[in-house]
Design a protein around this ligand. Sequence first.
Ligand code: APR
Length: 260
Amino acid sequence: MDFEGIIEKASNLLMDSNFTIGLTGAGISAESGIPTFRGKNGLWSKFKVEELATPEAFNRNPKLVWKWYKWRMEIIFNARPNAGHYALVELERLGILKCIVTQNVDGLHHLAGNKCVIELHGNIRRGRCIKCNYKVIFNEPPENIPPKCPKCFNLLRPDVVWFGEAIPKNELERAFNLFSKADLALVIGTSGIVQPAGYLPYIVKENGGLIIEINVEKSAITSIADIFIKDKASIALSKIVKYIKDKLTSKLYDASENEL
Ligand code: APR
């Protein structure tokens, strides 16, 4: 099947679905200039996870961890949503996409305008006090690192989930509930390696639902995908939204013609 045919098939599945849920990973933000974690030039090929993204690393050297997060914040704070993010806003507005569960901490789905977004791994624009749990919103990367809690003056940490830490209970439960109800999972830009996020599409499959995956290369999800669109998220999602809107417009036109 040619590319246009795959887009058409995916678009029709989305239009026919009753409850589509999105799962996104770093790949959807790659075209906003935010580095992904794996694959060529991925962050984990340049930096050591155990030195930067674990509670032990933070306890050992909070300044080093904050230096790395400040560098990532500088990239993320200058990044803007791309056409892939905005296509997901359209799919939500059309009533097709019910919610997005994202592994990304960049906040770009909110910034683009999606109403229902569950941030499984937290948000780099927030800090959290290691002592009193007070949360702060950073409107720009902190000047002095490590930043201190404005309430109790203990250390703030990035409000993200590190390796070896649990996903916040509320977000996890909501994500599992949504994927348990979904009849279609739209999986975009994730290697599908990290759990429990990588397991969520399997719930839909086990319940007899469908999976559409958009990725520039195969992932741990591809083997269970009903449709695999090998392309950049911005291109594939924009084509899908255009096809759906054109189809809905022609349906409206036909309906109005029949009424006359
Ligand atoms: N369009 C679509 N997919 C893309 C694009 C693009 N423009 N660019 C890259 N990708 C794909 C890559 O092929 C890869 O499969 O995005 C995926 C990114 O995978 P990872 O870098 O592993 O990111 P992710 O799956 O989000 O990682 C999950 O791991 O390090 C932790 O907490 C971190 O949330 C992250 C989690």
